[in-house]
Design a protein around this ligand. Structure first.
Ligand code: SF4
Length: 128
């Protein structure tokens, strides 16, 4: 639990515990393993790690500060799970939070997270 004790999101009351992310992932993996052992292959059980175990609110509460990874004495990395699940949400479901979607669109269009044309970038230097 050292990860959760160090987590700034958890400390400020956000719905995120890196330890819970690890425990949820382990629980789901065990469940999938038992399912495969029983059926010879994975039979859909109507559940998935995302939403049934780990909520989107938990994933987006992470600041990606890496404190949980540094705090772990045995090198467990909850952040990699958080990043992969976020990546899935953005790449596969286009389900980034609104604030982030706006920044991503701006980066795509303007090469920066702000809503200004690249041609206007040096305007500040001309101001008196
Ligand atoms: S990387 Fe995310 S989960 Fe880990 S300590 Fe920082 S805010 Fe918490």
């Amino acid at each position: 639990g050292r990860c959760t004790a160090e987590c700034p999101a958890n400390q400020t009351g956000k719905k995120l515990s890196p330890r819970k992310i690890m425990m949820d992932t382990r629980d789901r993996l065990e469940e999938v393993g038992k399912n495969i052992n029983k059926n010879g292959k994975f039979e859909d059980d109507g559940k998935q790690l995302l939403d049934d175990y780990i909520l989107r609110e938990e994933l987006w509460a992470c600041t990606t500060c890496n404190a949980c990874v540094e705090a772990c004495p045995v090198g467990i990395d909850p952040l990699s799970i958080i990043l992969d699940m976020r990546r899935y949400l953005v790449m596969e479901q286009s389900a980034a939070p609104n604030e982030l979607a706006t920044s991503l669109t701006n980066i795509e269009n303007n090469g920066a997270p702000w809503p200004y044309n690249q041609m206007d970038r040096l305007n500040w230097a001309k101001e008196n």
